[in-house]
Design a protein around this ligand. Structure first.
Ligand SMILES: NC(=O)c1ccc[n+]([C@@H]2O[C@H](COP(=O)([O-])OP(=O)(O)OC[C@H]3O[C@@H](n4cnc5c(N)ncnc54)[C@H](O)[C@@H]3O)[C@@H](O)[C@H]2O)c1
Length: 395
């Protein structure tokens, strides 16, 4: 039996995934601090047997619930997930895993202590395009990765940041890097492993109602010698996502594209159709997916539970994504290169690093363009039952 905490935008993706597995699970509880939102979801999907809760502690008293989807804003991921695990429930928490590495470590510690499953949503690993990319790189058919380009290019208008928790270091943990870039960063880590160093720039180009960045550009270096440029922003017309790797023998991208050049005697390139054909063969050997995205990830969790497996290593993936994000923030704030791994002694290990370090916070605000009056704007943010804020602030 399944419960969902937080019944806003992304909860529907979880709900649809559970509903696609009717013989294997049932959603019996929906919880939101605005219970009318949970009630609305219940009615929309005709979930007659589901109970609505306004407080997750009440919901977690139910012994029949074994899995909980945590679909609340990032600042609640730690308390909600740990409450679930302490109540003996397995957890699938939405990205980003938490606000800070300290919070991730606390969640992982509780997971170990309670011997429960803790997974972080990484639905883009479960798409055919990205599975093909990973399989092609893993096959080494194209040789070693020399250079990568990761693009997480979105378009979000000014009013996107009217939602009460978005655009704040305190509640969202950052801007587009942690919220949008996290997907491509997770894929990059999945394919390349963690980088050795990160050098980044942060900016706020077009959202002066957010105190966080809406643009980041980073250069990542790897032990193998590979270099990756990673760019995230919310100002791209016709938004798109791309990962591209230039390997020794071919360039491979998701969305799928393969190109291969080899050198002539003079060093100038000619096409290499043989390598392309070899890569095509690997591509064709990759099975089609029965399910994709949230549905596939949720099916995987249900399968573990059916087999009584815990797969405690899954929670580490959410932490590594946050580690790269934290390194991007630290590098952007301090204008220096940051070396991974990041542990307890790192500047932004816990959220005090961002929220309470006065000099750093001032520096962040100075670095981001035109965010004056931010403090008073954020103080006026107030949640309503629709989840949207009322702002007296005028652009
Ligand atoms: N995987 C994806 O592609 C994807 C897409 C969108 C959002 N997200 C993530 O999902 C999470 C939620 O985002 P959203 O867009 O659905 O936000 P949302 O604001 O639409 O929904 C969040 C809901 O949680 C409720 N809530 C807040 N605190 C709560 C608490 N303590 N107990 C119970 N309910 C509480 C809010 O009232 C709201 O209804 C975020 O972490 C976000 O980054 C993931």
């Amino acid at each position: 039996m399944v419960g969902i905490i937080g019944t806003g935008v992304i909860a529907e993706a979880h709900l649809k995934a559970y509903l696609a597995l009717p013989d294997r699970c049932q959603v019996v509880a929906l919880c939101d601090i605005f219970p009318e939102k949970a009630q609305g979801l219940k009615e929309k999907y005709g979930l007659d047997a589901a109970e609505v809760y306004g407080d997750y502690d009440e919901m977690l008293k139910r012994p029949d619930i074994s899995l909980v989807s945590v679909c609340t804003p990032p600042f609640t991921h730690l308390p909600a997930s740990t409450a679930c695990m302490r109540a003996g429930k397995h957890v699938l928490v939405e990205k980003p895993m938490a606000l800070s590495l300290a919070e991730c470590d606390e969640m992982i510690a509780v997971q170990k202590e309670t011997n429960t499953y803790l997974g972080v949503v990484c639905q883009n690993r479960f798409t055919r395009e990205n599975q093909i990319l990973k399989a092609l790189i893993d096959s080494k058919t194209a040789g070693r990765v020399l250079f990568g380009q990761v693009e997480s290019f979105w378009y979000r208008g000014h009013s996107y940041y009217d939602l009460w928790w978005r655009g704040t270091w305190e509640k969202e943990g950052g801007g587009c890097t942690i919220n949008h870039g996290v997907h491509q960063i997770d894929l990059l880590n999945w394919i390349m492993g963690p980088p050795e160093t990160v050098t980044a720039v942060l900016a706020n180009a077009a959202h002066d109602n957010a105190e966080t960045e809406d643009l980041s550009a980073a250069i990542l270096t790897y032990k193998s010698g590979a270099v990756v440029t990673l760019a995230v922003n919310l100002v791209t017309h016709g938004q798109y996502q791309r990962l591209a790797f230039q390997c020794e023998k071919a360039g491979i991208s998701s969305p799928y594209q393969v190109r291969s050049s080899r050198s002539t005697d003079t060093g100038f390139p000619v096409d290499d159709p043989e390598t392309v054909a070899e890569l095509e063969k690997v591509r064709e050997s990759i099975p089609k997916l029965e399910r994709e995205s949230h549905e596939a990830q949720i099916e995987r969790v249900i399968s573990f539970m059916e087999k009584g497996e815990i797969h405690s290593e899954d929670s580490a993936d959410g932490r590594v994504a946050l580690e790269v994000i934290t390194a991007i923030y630290q590098s952007g704030f301090t204008k220096s290169t940051v070396r991974l791994p990041l542990g307890k002694d790192s500047l932004l290990y816990d959220k005090n690093g961002i929220n309470e370090n006065g000099t750093l916070a001032a520096e962040i605000r100075r670095n981001l363009s035109d965010v004056k009056n931010k403090g008073s704007v954020l103080a006026e943010k107030e949640s309503t039952s629709a989840g949207y804020i009322r702002l007296s602030y005028q652009r």
